[in-house]
Write a protein that binds this ligand. Sequence first.
Ligand SMILES: [Zn+2]
Length: 657
Amino acid sequence: MTEFQELETQDAVRMPWNVLPGSKSEAAQCVIPVSAIYTPLKPFPNTPTLPYAPLRCRNCRSVLNPFSIVDFSSTKIWICCFCLQRNHFPPSYQSISETNMPAELFPQYTTIEYESPSEKASLTNPVFLFVIDTCVIEEEIGYLKSSLLQVVGTLPENCLIGLITFGTYVHVHELGFGQIPKVYVFKGSKEVSKDQVLEQMGFFANKLKPTTGVIAGVRDGLSQESISRFLLPASECEFTLNSILEELQRDPWPVPADYRAARCTGTALSVASHLLGICVPGSGARIMAFLGGPSTEGPGAIVSKILSEPIRSHKDLDKDSAPLYHKAVKFYEGISKQLVHQGHVLDVFACALEQVGLAEIKVACEKTGGLVVLAESFGHSVFKDSLKQVFQSGGNDLGLSSNGIFEINCSKDIKVQGVIGPCASLEKKGPLCSEVVVGQGNTTAWKMCGLDKTSTFCLIFEVAKKESPDAIAQSANPQFYFQFLTYYQHPSGQMRLRVTTLSRRWVAGPGSVQARVLYALYAVCFCACKARALLTHLKLLGILLECEYLYFGLKSFDINRIIGTSGEWCEWTERSRNAIIRTFFSKRSMIWIMQVLREASKMKGNVVKRWKKTENLSQIFCARNFNKFGRYISLINVRGRRRSVIIIPELTPAGSS
Ligand SMILES: [Zn+2]
């Protein structure tokens, strides 16, 4: 397992196979899909953050990486490992040489981050918009109040805060209006459009609204003053926020005994999305919804207000007999689309004994990478501790980042079927897209509105390589490459780009040199752990790694490379239940053994064959033989008076000959 773990600690990537099947038909035989599990923001404390913009290939836009071929001579050129395009280095790279390489070319930095100075200037503050349900009993309001007041005390000073409360109506609080509370009210039973929000909340009170173009934040049409009425730095609005929360009351509208409270969750979330879309589009923001019961009013309602009509159950959803379900889901899909477009996140803290309608809302949380916390009361520690954790800083923080865009580059002959995880497609189609779609597919770019240091995505690939027996043997480079680019807003407010470039090998069909050897190992010693043999054997062939470990059935083999004064040696150790045998082979002998294994595996039936190799100080006898347990290969190494015998059994699976 060490190899998998090492690769994972370097790049936060885990693949079920670290080699790829060499053709489409071979890939089709794989039970586990060709895939990778990637944690884009896994912390790597030892990886530097480069204070300049990445160098990109002018053809395919992939980023310079340790696998690029660099010509350090006077011309200073690098060749892109994805499209083989030759690129010139810009003047700032003129001083590079073999001994003076930029960090992005260091072999250990296959994962590295960039933070260019131009983006450093446009520092954006994280935004939190609280959306609070007031249709709950006094006791619950009390719990929620005390948790929120605690949080307000720990908010980072630079973050912007907004507040919406809702019940029968939606109340948008103008936190920047001095000592007197000022509130904008929207009717909960009707859907509110973005234009209505713009107009009613007086964003164009003193000037004319532009008739064309999209209104989007300070950059496009709005004044900072009009925005900072609703979204204020925590340090400036703490007093106002505290006093509003202190006075927070239960929704005052009377509820008849046989009715549910009129709770307009959908309208409130829609107003919240519009507000963020108007004020801070394209920069990291979270809507934090605190819900205490089912939505009964306006769009997105999941149940009627009449108490005798029960809330839909799992059975109803199963049988598709929940009358309001599809309508509500459609409404939240709209919100989710809007939030993804704006780069914003929806977090839901659902604290109620009854259902709040998460089955309908969840699409918006999933696509935006929001958090969902379920508890039975706002007084429950699950809620209180989770909320605290969101705002924690230091080593225990969640590393909440936002506004991410994820892109994939890969060598030709691999296509992307899709991504499973909290993200949404950006519909960037291209030759890399497979026709088969798994999860969020048909694109090579995804939006990740909210992501933290443990957010993990599963990427599913397709091998598109056509059947061609000698394709690998002919092509000079059996390596292929992946590049994962994650562009995101760091918790500090700075935009960063993380680049992970991976290289793995193709394993070809029975036509190619490697595959034949692979087949040899397979045939000679069909092992319990196929993946291991597969992997190890490829490495063994090139005698590339320092240490190898093979395991078949009841035996295991360690092959260690030793570089001594008399050249390169391999130490081969065989461990079985009652013996350990250790012997040494020269590199040349090792290559010879591999050839013998290959030849032996091509023969069928119980044929006995012997091989012999004489070296300066030793003789190696190899035999393909059989007994009542099956076929095996014996390897006898004679060095002077010492004689070591290694037996490699063939563990043929039932049904093959
Ligand atoms: Zn390129």
